[in-house]
Design a protein around this ligand. Structure first.
Ligand SMILES: [Zn+2]
Length: 227
């Protein structure tokens, strides 16, 4: 994980929280953490009276989450929630962002999922990572092929080799980040107070915590630096 920049793709503004502890750990160590959120989360309202405000609410919650995790930049592509399409325009936006940020590692959804936005995020980001390195579409920036690609979710069991990162020192960051996602608390069936109490518990006891990532078939294992 000796990276200067990583780029994390997520379908909705809370997906990347699955790897919150790792993002916080890397950010603390001086790594530039960039998040690309594909959709605006417009369907994430549990009550009808939230419908007109949900996009704005989730934008604010994402901003708060970025502060908690030390995310340097978040780009929300503003595609409709439940309506992310694997189209040329979105692919090209992702290629452009990869070429602009030149991350050494891309983290994204794996191919096993029931949510269409998660699956399309997988397809678009995996292709964008490859296409960004090809000498094509020069208008989108200078070619850059991120050498490492990981899945942080959307993988079945032991299908791919995995690596484990010890995130004990930032172990409270998942709960702390989820506490910021107030509009989603009905879905999570927990309150902000529940999450903050968990943060306190983890800070007090500091239990051992591991984040797991799956290494994709296109990455040469021998290129990995010792962890
Ligand atoms: Zn999602």
């Amino acid at each position: 994980m000796d990276y200067k920049t990583i780029m994390v793709f997520g379908a909705h503004a809370d997906d990347e929280i699955r790897m919150a502890c790792t993002m916080a750990k890397l950010s603390k160590a001086g790594v530039r953490v960039v998040v690309v959120t594909m959709t605006n989360g417009c369907e994430g309202y549990p009550r009808i009276d939230m419908k007109d405000k949900i996009v704005e609410m989730r934008q604010k919650e994402a901003d708060e989450c970025d502060k908690v995790l030390g995310i340097a930049r978040r780009i929300i592509l503003d595609m409709p929630d439940m309506g992310l399409t694997n189209d040329k325009e979105t692919l090209q936006k992702c290629i452009k962002l990869i070429r602009e940020e030149r991350p050494e590692a891309v983290f994204t959804h794996g191919p096993i999922d029931r949510h269409r936005d998660h699956l399309n995020t997988h397809y678009i980001s995996v292709e964008a990572r490859w296409h960004a390195g090809e000498p094509v579409a020069a208008e989108l920036g200078e070619s850059w092929y991120p050498p490492h690609l990981y899945y942080y979710k959307g993988v079945i069991g032991n299908e791919l080799p995995s690596i484990e990162i010890d995130v004990t020192d930032t172990g409270e960051k998942v709960a702390e980040a989820l506490a910021t996602q107030v509009s989603q608390h009905t879905l999570f069936q927990r309150t902000k107070e529940d999450f903050l109490a968990e943060v306190e518990q983890i800070r007090k006891n500091r239990p051992k915590r591991i984040d797991t990532f799956w290494i994709t078939e296109k990455v040469k294992l021998k290129a990995f630096l010792p962890l």
